[in-house]
Ligand binder design. Structure first.
Ligand code: NAG
Ligand code: NAG
Ligand code: NAG
Length: 620
C-alpha cells in the first residue's frame, strides 16, 4: 500500500516538472551496399557501450541464424562473429525484446561483434536504449560493454533482413562525426548528477566516472579549454500532497524541491530530503568555487564527499559535508548562505535555477536520465567512462583546436595496427596514410621528409612536388641491374624511361628492340637486345650508324670524301687560274688603249680617221 502511494506521488512529480521534450540523440548509419539500400539512415545512440564520438566505423551486417534476440550467450549456439585478419568487423543485427538491451550488447560483444544494431519490434519513433535502473544481480558486465549500440526503426530493420536473406553483403558505416556540434575552441559541458550513492549500478557508475575523470576535467578547466557546470535535478511536490508524509520526507522548502527516497523505503535509511540537501551543498560548492575562480574544486569536493561521507557508513550528513568543505579551503560561510534554511517556506534561488535549467533549450531536450552528460548543449549517450567521455568532449572542439589531452595515447585509437586501418600504405618504404586519433583512424596521405603525398588516402597516395623522386623514388619504378640504374620518376609522375614499357609505377619491362623490329633492321644488321637498350653490329666491313639505323661501308665513305675534296681543290685552282688570265688580258688591253691615246696627242697616226670615226660614232 505504502509503496503504491509512493509510486503515484513519484509519477506526479515527474509529470509536474517534465514537459516531456526528451531528445533522442542520434548518429547516422550509411549503407554503402547493396544498391537497393544505399543511403543514410538515422539510428538512436544507446546509452551504454562506447560510441565513437567524432569518429566512424565500417563493418558488414550479420543477422544470426539463431539467438536473434541475443538474450543467451552465442557460445551455446556455437556462433562467433570474430572477424578474421583483414576482414570487416561484424555489426550484429538483433531483434528487440525479451531481455535488457545491455544483455544483448554483452552477448554480442563476447561473440566478437564490433557493434549491435537493434531492430525495433514496433513502428514508432526511435527511442534511447538505456541501462537497467535497478540491480537484478549479475550486472557486473555493464561497465565492461565497450561496443557501440544503435537502435534502428522496424522498417529499416526489415529491409536489412530482406537484403541479407537475398544473400546480399550489407556494408555499413556508423558515423558519429556530426553527433555533437563542434563550433569553436571551447567546449561547454554539464554533468547532471546526484549525490545519492545508493541507487544501484547507475549511482556506482556515476561516482566511478567522477573519480576517474577528475584529473582530465581539472586540467582542461584550468587551461580554459572547457567550461564545466554541474547540475542537479529536483522535482516539486504537487500542491495537494504537500502536507503528506511522503512530501515532508522527500522535499525541502515546503515541497518545492524533492528527490526520491534513496532506498525507496520510507521506514529506513536516509530520506529524499537528505539527498536534496546534499545536492544543494554540491551546487553551492560549485557556485562559491566558481566565484573565486576555481570551479574545478567541485570535482575534489564530490570525490572526497563520496569517499568520506557514504550513506552505507551512515556519514551522509551536513557535518561530514562541512568537514570536506573546510578541508578544501572553501568559504563555509558563503556555502551556508547559499544553502539557506531548508525548512523555510520560500524559494531557494540556486535550486530554482536548477529546475529551470532542467527544461530543454534549443537542441537539448529535457534531462530525464540521471546521470546525463551534456556536451555543447547535446546529451551524451554511452557509457560514463573516462576514455569514452573524453573522446566525446574532444569531438566537441573545432577540428585542430583540440587540446593535447585529446591527442594523448590514452584515448587514441589503435585501428592502424590492424590491417593498416584499411588505408593506403607502401609497405616496402614503410609509409602509411593511416593515422590514429581520438576521432578514430583517418586515412590521409602523409608528408614524409617534407615531401607531400597526394591522393585519396585509401587506395592511392603519390609523392608530389620537387624532391618527390628522393622519397621512395616518388612511388615509381626503379631498378638496378649490371651496374646500370633506370628510374621511371619524372617531374610530373611516373613514366618508363626510353627502352622500357609499363605503367611506370610497379613495372617497366625492357623492350626487345630486335624482336619488335624497332631498330637495327637493315639486311646487314645483326641485332642483340640488352637491358634498357640494344646492340647493333653490321656484317663484314660495314659500320652501323645509329642515327640513320643503317650500315655503311667504311672504304666507300673514305674515297668519296677524298675525291670530293680533290674536286673542290681542283675546281678552286682552275677558277683561280682562269681569273688570273682574264685579269692579265684586261690589264693588257687597257694599257694598249692608254698608250695609243697618249701617243696620238704627239704624232699623227695613219689610222686617225678611223679613231675619229670611232669617236663620232660614239657621240651621235
Ligand atoms: C569486467 O572487467 C573487469 C576488469 O577488466 C573484470 O575484472 C571483470 O571480471 C569483468 N566482468 C565481467 C562480467 O566480465
Ligand atoms: C562561473 O564563472 C564564469 C566566469 O566567472 C561565468 O561565466 C559562469 O557563468 C559561472 N558559472 C555559473 C554556473 O555560475
Ligand atoms: C616504420 O616507421 C615507423 C615510424 O615512422 C617506425 O616506428 C617503424 O619501426 C618502421 N618500421 C620499419 C619496418 O622500418
Amino acid at each position: 500500500m505504502r509503496g503504491k502511494l509512493w509510486f503515484s506521488v513519484w509519477v506526479l512529480f515527474l509529470w509536474g516538472s517534465s514537459f516531456g521534450r526528451f531528445v533522442v540523440e542520434k548518429n547516422s548509419l550509411k549503407v554503402t551496399s547493396p544498391e537497393s539500400l544505399k543511403g543514410t539512415h538515422e539510428c538512436a545512440i544507446g546509452n551504454f557501450g562506447v560510441p565513437q564520438y567524432g569518429g566512424t566505423m565500417v563493418g558488414i551486417v550479420s543477422y544470426p541464424k539463431a539467438n536473434r534476440k541475443a538474450c543467451k550467450s552465442f557460445d551455446d549456439f556455437d556462433i562467433s562473429f570474430k572477424s578474421k585478419p583483414g576482414g570487416f568487423p561484424t555489426f550484429l543485427l538483433l531483434d528487440r525484446g525479451d531481455c535488457y538491451f545491455t544483455e544483448k550488447a554483452w552477448n554480442a560483444q563476447n561473440a566478437g561483434a564490433a557493434a549491435i544494431l537493434v531492430a525495433d519490434d514496433k513502428v514508432e519513433n526511435l527511442i534511447t536504449m538505456d541501462t537497467p535502473e535497478q540491480y537484478s544481480g549479475g550486472e557486473s558486465y555493464l561497465q565492461n560493454i565497450t561496443i557501440p549500440s544503435a537502435l534502428i526503426s522496424k522498417s529499416f530493420g526489415d529491409d536489412l533482413k530482406k537484403a541479407l536473406e537475398n544473400g546480399d553483403m550489407v556494408n555499413v558505416n556508423l558515423d558519429w562525426r556530426e553527433s555533437l556540434p563542434h563550433p569553436d575552441e571551447r567546449v561547454e559541458y554539464e554533468f547532471w548528477t546526484n549525490s545519492n550513492d545508493e541507487c544501484g549500478p547507475k549511482c556506482d557508475s556515476q561516482i566511478e566516472f567522477v573519480k576517474g575523470f577528475k584529473g582530465a576535467a581539472q586540467v582542461m578547466e584550468k587551461k580554459g579549454y572547457t567550461q564545466f557546470t554541474p547540475h542537479y535535478i529536483t522535482w516539486y511536490c504537487p500542491e495537494p500532497f504537500i502536507p503528506s508524509k511522503q512530501c515532508k520526507s522527500q522535499c525541502i522548502n515546503n515541497g518545492r524541491y524533492c528527490a526520491p527516497d534513496p532506498e525507496q523505503d520510507f521506514t529506513r535509511g536516509y530520506e529524499g530530503r537528505d539527498v536534496v540537501i546534499q545536492n544543494l551543498h554540491q551546487v553551492c560548492v560549485f557556485k562559491v568555487a566558481n566565484e573565486s575562480g576555481k570551479p574545478w574544486l567541485w570535482w575534489d569536493y564530490v570525490t572526497d564527499f563520496s569517499i568520506r561521507c557514504p550513506m552505507k557508513e551512515k556519514k551522509y550528513t551536513k557535518e561530514c559535508a562541512k568537514e570536506v568543505i573546510q578541508s578544501l579551503g572553501i568559504d563555509l560561510e558563503k556555502i551556508n548562505k547559499c544553502v539557506g534554511d531548508p525548512d523555510a517556506n520560500e524559494e531557494n534561488p540556486v535550486l530554482k535555477a536548477e529546475q529551470d535549467a532542467q527544461i530543454g533549450k534549443d537542441s537539448r531536450g529535457d534531462v530525464t536520465i540521471l546521470p546525463t552528460l551534456v556536451i555543447n548543449n547535446r546529451q551524451y549517450r554511452g557509457k560514463l567512462d573516462k576514455g569514452a567521455v573524453l573522446k566525446a568532449i574532444c569531438a566537441g572542439f573545432q577540428e585542430t583546436t583540440e587540446p593535447a589531452v585529446c591527442l594523448s595515447e590514452e584515448i587514441e585509437t589503435n585501428e592502424c595496427l590492424e590491417n593498416n586501418g584499411g588505408c593506403w600504405e607502401d609497405e616496402a618504404a614503410n609509409i602509411t596514410a593511416c593515422r590514429d586519433t581520438f576521432r578514430g583512424r583517418v586515412c590521409e596521405c602523409p608528408i614524409v621528409q617534407g615531401v607531400k603525398f597526394v591522393g585519396d588516402g585509401y587506395t592511392h597516395c603519390k609523392a608530389s612536388g620537387s624532391g618527390r623522386c628522393e622519397i621512395n623514388n616518388g612511388g615509381c619504378w626503379k631498378k638496378t641491374k649490371d651496374g646500370k640504374t633506370y628510374s621511371a620518376c619524372v617531374d610530373d609522375g611516373c613514366k618508363c624511361p626510353p627502352g622500357f614499357k609499363g605503367d611506370g609505377v610497379k613495372t617497366c619491362e625492357d623492350v626487345d628492340e630486335c624482336k619488335e623490329k624497332i631498330a637495327c633492321q637493315c639486311s646487314a644488321c645483326k641485332c642483340k637486345n640488352t637491358w634498357g637498350g640494344y646492340d647493333c653490329s653490321c656484317s663484314g666491313d660495314l659500320l652501323y650508324m645509329q642515327e640513320h639505323d643503317a650500315c655503311i661501308s667504311k672504304k666507300a665513305t673514305t674515297e668519296v670524301g677524298w675525291s670530293f675534296l680533290w674536286v673542290i681543290f681542283f675546281g678552286l685552282a682552275v677558277a683561280g687560274i682562269g681569273a688570273y688570265v682574264v685579269y692579265k688580258y684586261r690589264i693588257r688591253s687597257y694599257m694598249d688603249s692608254e698608250i695609243r691615246a697618249i701617243m696620238a696627242q704627239y704624232m699623227p697616226l695613219d689610222n686617225q680617221g678611223e679613231a675619229a670615226n670611232h669617236v663620232l660614232h660614239g657621240d651621235i
